[in-house]
Every structure is written in structure tokens, then in C-alpha cells.
Design a protein around this ligand. Structure first.
Ligand SMILES: Cc1cc2nc3c(=O)[nH]c(=O)nc-3n(C[C@H](O)[C@H](O)[C@H](O)COP(=O)(O)OP(=O)(O)OC[C@H]3O[C@@H](n4cnc5c(N)ncnc54)[C@H](O)[C@@H]3O)c2cc1C
Length: 568
């Protein structure tokens, strides 16, 4: 819904509706007086689906207005951290009717949520660790996300090679269990494949063998996070990036935070009944703020606490070098029992990940030579001829893994659970750590249930039926976007790509290109990103710095690290 004080955009509330096919409008939508649209019925609950209105602006101006509100109002919930977990909590709480503020010290998804393997998956390998509950929950969430963000989460065929009978039996049993656990929400059952089928799917593979094909979901994690953040704003949450929690307010009970605007240096207090620490690998630092440690003493590297961060690195390969149309899960070349993924991404392929204990600077995890070697060894073994010169970009992220009770000193981080925990300590400060990108919605539901109990406010979680950035059927949107892009003379595939990355905002992109055809030109020669995407990042996605635009909104620098971005 359009927020008071925000610019009312052309697409907010509806001129774009006029372009929807008439039968779609008549069947799926009717307006009710509150301005919230009810569109058909939820297949799971049978209740009418509640959709917020179409897109809204989410810009530097929105941020300025939000900062003013943060300093003036008193909120039910203040969320610290604008990764997928914090954004998911802001959305869940706002949709239940709580007043919510969220601050992020850097940019949305600048932490782990923009540096993952980008898979929305059940986690087949967790079956080995007998984490059946985690796998079941992840598969349920995977199915739900396919429905809520069908433009952003795409099915990706995944292959596992099994040349010998023993591994074929083992994988076959595992995948059968996986499919059964996903029953009702599966995105495609597994099936055995011949060596020839493997070769066709992955022409560059050195030694194709028999194996299995199954399906997982693939997303752009930073785009998913920004879409959840925007949806939270549409439900009334007040969000700002580049704002750091420097100290916590209150005595025995935490009552909000002292915030610092990283762009201006200005400080102000945000008062809230409940404060949520969704700071990912920085969560221990935020807990230390409650003990009176200021930002300076709390900042720094990973230390003792409830978290045991682990670093994961990905390498991106130039178009045409790793020749595959499908994803591949293979044992690493190090013989450590880990699996590494190769995943096609538009015209390139990325591979990862490593999983090593980390105790360095949390703000700047680096891709070391050992990380590169680990991944390259696997890629070169499977795809002969690929070498270091084919790597065009890379990223490193930190997993917020839980320090399990008395872990053996040499416990590998890959053995630590991906479960999440919620605890309230000290009173008024709820910390949520661990978890996965895939399960962010369930994590948020769990946490907001706890908050509702503590505030004695009965509420029901609505996020299973809140779409994330695309309203209406994805096929109709793709068809319309394709037709509109063709009308403007844009290259084939442009409309579908804009719809896939920007959801409902594909209309705004097309409208802007219609007004200024230069916006339909590539932002960088040889890359699919258009100039209009740089505009959308600032006007609709609260990108404040060039890094926000280039690294996370458009992914220009993770496509090709040699792309230079303007300062600022
Ligand atoms: C290499 C790797 C691969 C992964 N692959 C997958 C995958 O394929 N699928 C999957 O489901 N999961 C995956 N994960 C896990 C998933 O990415 C994480 O669980 C998830 O992104 C964590 O999100 P978060 O919001 O908790 O943390 P973050 O994204 O790190 O967000 C925390 C935010 O808090 C902010 N913050 C910290 N301190 C403050 C402060 N004082 N004031 C204000 N803001 C603050 C930070 O800047 C940060 O943006 C992967 C993780 C890694 C590292």
C-alpha cells in the first residue's frame, strides 16, 4: 500500500492494471474499501489471499523520510540488521500490524545475504547428518517461495554423477527420501540419467557418467532480500540502510538503540518496546552492546560467543568456459567429503563453496589463494581446460553458524548445524542467529511469534500468502513484458529478463525506456544490465552508494570484477 509521505508513483494503486488482460482482472481481483486487494484463494489455507498494492518508490528520499520518523516515533519493534533475516522479520511483524523500524549499518544484503550460493534448497547433504527436521522445513519453505516469488526463484536442474553402483544406490535412496519429504510442494522429482544425457546437459564435462537429475531453486539472494525489504515497507515498516546501531537504550530492559547515519554522521535514538538483533555474524557484537560495550569495543573480528563463523568462497567463470546448461553437485577435489556446486547463472557459471572456520575481520572476508585453489581444482578436474584465467569474479561470505554445545576443538564448520536459535537476553533484546536463506520466512515467523507473546498481542503470521514483488500470474507478466519490450524494439529476451529481476517493476523499466531510449542501452558493453537498471536501483530500491548499485542491485561487479564503478 502507498505510504503516507511517500511519492505516489504511477504504478502505485494502478494505472498499470489497465494493461492486465481483462479475464485476469475479472477472475483474480476485486477491490475492498481498505485498499488491500484480495486476489483469489490461498490453495493451502483456503482463505482469500491478501495482496498489498503494486510497487512503491523506495529511494534516498524515502530513506530521509524514514530517518525522520525513526527519530520521532516509538515503535513496537526495532530490527537491527538488513539481511534476509532482518528484512523477513520486518515484513512478518509489519504484516501482523506491529509498528516496525529496521536499520542496516551498510546496505541491505551487504552481509551474508548477498554472498551465498544463491540456492533455495532443502539441503540434500543434511540428510547425511540426519537433520530431517531442517530438511523438511527447508523443502516446505522452498515450495512456498516458488509460489510467493516465482519470478525471482527459478527451478534449476541439478545433476549428481554416480558411476559405480554403490553410489548410485546411496544417491537414489537419498533422493527418494528428499522427494518424499517435499511431497505436495515438490518442484520436480528426481530421475536416473544416462551418461549421454549428462553429456548433452554438460557438454564441457570431461568424463560424463550415469547419475541422477533432481531440481532445486536458484535465486539472486541480494534481490530477494531487497524485495522482502520493499514488501515490508509496503506493509508500513520504516527501513533505512547505512544506519548503524551504536549502542542500546534502556537499563535492565533494552528499549531501542542509538543509531548513527553513516552517510552524515548524525546520531539519534530509536525507541522500541522490543529490539531484534538480526545482525548475522555480527550478532555477538550487538549482544555486547547490551553489556555497555560501545560500537568501538564491540566491533572487530569474530570472537568468542554463540557464533562460530565459517567462510565460503565462490568463483565466477567467463561465458563459454565452463560449458554446462545444468547445475552439478560433485565431491571436492580435496577428499574432505564435502560437495561443491557448479551453477549456471545467465551466460556464466559460478562454483563454490569452501567451508572453513573464520576468525578475521567480519566486514571484509577475502578470497585467499587457498580458497581459489580448492574450487579451481574441482572445476578443472570436471571440466578439463578450465583454469585460473577463466575466473572473472569471486565473492566470499560468512555463515552465521551456531557454536554447538562443547564442540570438539577440531569439529569442522561443515558439521555445525544450519538451524536457527532465538533467545531473549537481556530482556527486551531478542537475538536470532543461524539458519539459512531458504528458511528466512519460517525463522521470522518463529521470532515474531515470540515477540507477540512477550507483548501479549495475539497475532497470526500472514507471510505464507504475501507475494514478494510480483502480483498476478508469472506467465502473464512474462508475456506482457516480452510484448512491451518488443514494441520498444529492445533485443529479444529483454522483457522477460526485466520481469524476472524486477517483478512488477518491469513496467516502470519499460516506461522509463519509452521516455528515454538511451536507458535501454547496456550499462557496460558485453553485459546484459541496462542503464535503466541503474536508475531503478536508486529510485525504487534505496541504493545510496555506487557500491549498492554495482555490487548488489545490478550485480555488475559479481558478473565481472573488472567493471569499475564511479566513486560515491
Ligand atoms: C558461502 C555461503 C553460501 C550459502 N549458501 C546458501 C544457500 O545456497 N542457500 C541457503 O539457504 N543459505 C545459504 N547460506 C546461508 C545464508 O546465506 C545465511 O544464513 C543468511 O544469508 C544469513 O542472513 P542474515 O540476515 O542472518 O545475516 P546477514 O545477511 O549477514 O545480515 C546481517 C546484517 O546485519 C547488519 N549489521 C550488523 N551489525 C549491525 C549494526 N550494529 N547495526 C546495523 N546493522 C548491523 C550487517 O551489515 C548485515 O547486513 C550460505 C552462506 C554462505 C556464507
Amino acid at each position: 500500500m502507498c505510504q503516507p509521505g511517500l511519492r505516489r508513483s504511477a504504478s502505485c494503486g494502478g494505472p498499470d492494471r489497465a494493461r492486465l488482460p481483462v479475464q485476469v482482472r475479472r477472475r483474480d481481483e476485486r477491490r475492498i474499501p481498505s485498499g488491500v486487494r484480495y486476489c483469489s484463494r490461498d490453495r493451502v489455507t483456503g482463505r482469500p489471499r491478501r495482496y498489498h498494492r503494486l510497487v512503491l518508490s523506495f529511494s534516498a528520499q524515502t530513506r530521509t523520510a524514514n530517518l525522520a520518523r525513526m527519530a520521532q516515533d516509538r515503535f513496537d519493534v526495532l530490527v537491527i540488521g538488513g539481511g534476509i533475516t532482518g528484512a523477513g522479520i520486518a515484513l512478518d511483524a509489519a504484516a501482523r500490524g506491529f509498528s516496525v523500524a529496521l536499520i542496516e549499518k551498510d546496505d541491505f544484503a551487504s552481509g551474508t545475504s548477498g554472498r551465498s550460493s544463491r540456492l533455495v534448497h532443502g539441503g540434500l547433504r543434511y540428510l547425511e547428518h540426519r537433520e530431517f527436521g531442517l530438511v523438511r522445513e527447508s523443502l516446505r519453505e522452498r515450495g512456498l517461495l516458488f509460489r510467493l516469488a516465482p519470478h525471482l526463484i527459478l527451478p534449476v536442474p541439478m545433476y549428481m554423477l554416480a558411476g559405480d553402483r554403490r553410489s548410485r544406490t546411496r544417491y537414489g535412496l537419498g533422493l527418494t527420501g528428499y522427494d518424499l519429504m517435499a511431497a505436495g510442494r515438490n518442484i520436480g522429482v528426481h530421475r536416473p540419467v544416462t551418461a549421454e544425457q549428462v553429456r548433452q546437459a554438460m557438454p564441457g564435462l570431461g568424463a560424463p557418467s550415469r547419475g541422477y537429475r533432481y531440481f532445486e531453486g536458484q535465486t539472486d539472494d541480494a534481490r530477494l532480500t531487497i524485495e522482502v525489504a520493499r514488501t515490508a515497507q509496503a506493509f508500513g515498516a520504516v527501513l533505512a540502510n547505512h544506519v548503524r546501531a551504536e549502542a542500546l537504550l534502556g537499563g535492565a530492559r533494552v528499549a531501542g538503540a542509538v543509531a548513527a547515519d553513516e552517510m552524515t554522521g548524525e546520531r539519534f535514538e530509536i525507541r522500541a518496546l522490543v529490539t531484534v538483533n538480526a545482525a548475522g555474524v555480527w550478532a555477538d557484537q550487538v549482544v555486547r552492546l547490551a553489556a555497555g560495550g560501545g560500537a568501538a569495543s564491540a566491533a572487530g573480528s569474530a570472537g568468542s560467543g554463540r557464533l562460530r563463523p565459517s567462510k565460503g568462497v565462490h568463483l565466477v567463470f567467463a561465458p563459454g568456459t565452463v560449458r554446462t546448461t545444468a547445475a552439478l553437485a560433485v565431491p571436492s577435489a580435496a577428499g574432505d567429503g564435502r560437495y561443491v556446486f557448479l551453477v549456471p547463472w545467465e551466460d556464466r557459471v559460478y562454483a563454490g563453496t569452501t567451508d572453513t572456520p573464520y576468525s578475521g575481520d567480519l566486514d571484509h572476508p577475502a578470497v585467499e589463494a587457498a580458497d581459489r585453489d580448492y574450487i579451481l581444482a574441482m572445476v578443472a578436474r570436471e571440466f578439463p581446460g578450465v583454469n585460473e584465467r577463466d575466473v572473472v569474479a569471486s565473492w566470499a561470505g560468512l555463515r552465521p553458524l551456531l557454536n554447538q554445545d562443547e564442540p570438539a576443538a577440531d569439529a569442522r564448520t561443515s558439521d555445525l548445524s544450519r538451524r536457527h536459535v532465538v533467545f531473549e537476553d537481556p530482556p527486551g533484546l531478542f537475538t536470532i542467529t543461524g539458519g539459512k536463506l531458504t528458511t528466512y520466512r519460517a525463522m521470522a515467523e518463529d521470532l515474531v511469534d515470540r515477540i507477540a507473546d512477550s507483548l501479549r498481542r495475539r497475532s497470526r503470521c500472514l507471510t505464507p500468502s504475501i507475494p514478494l514483488g510480483l502480483h498476478g500470474p508469472v506467465r502473464a507478466a512474462r508475456g506482457l513484458a516480452t510484448a512491451e519490450a518488443a514494441r520498444l524494439g529492445l533485443p529479444p529476451g529483454t522483457g522477460a529478463r526485466l520481469m524476472q529481476r524486477y517483478g512488477d517493476d518491469w513496467r516502470e523499466a519499460i516506461r522509463l525506456i519509452g521516455q528515454d531510449p538511451s536507458l535501454g542501452e547496456p550499462a557496460v558493453d558485453g553485459l546484459p544490465v541496462l542503464n535503466v537498471e541503474l536508475d531503478l536501483a536508486r529510485s525504487r530500491e534505496m541504493a545510496i552508494t555506487a557500491e549498492d548499485v554495482f555490487v548488489r542491485r545490478t550485480r555488475l561487479t559479481t558478473r565481472d570484477a573488472s567493471v569499475t564503478r564511479p566513486a560515491g
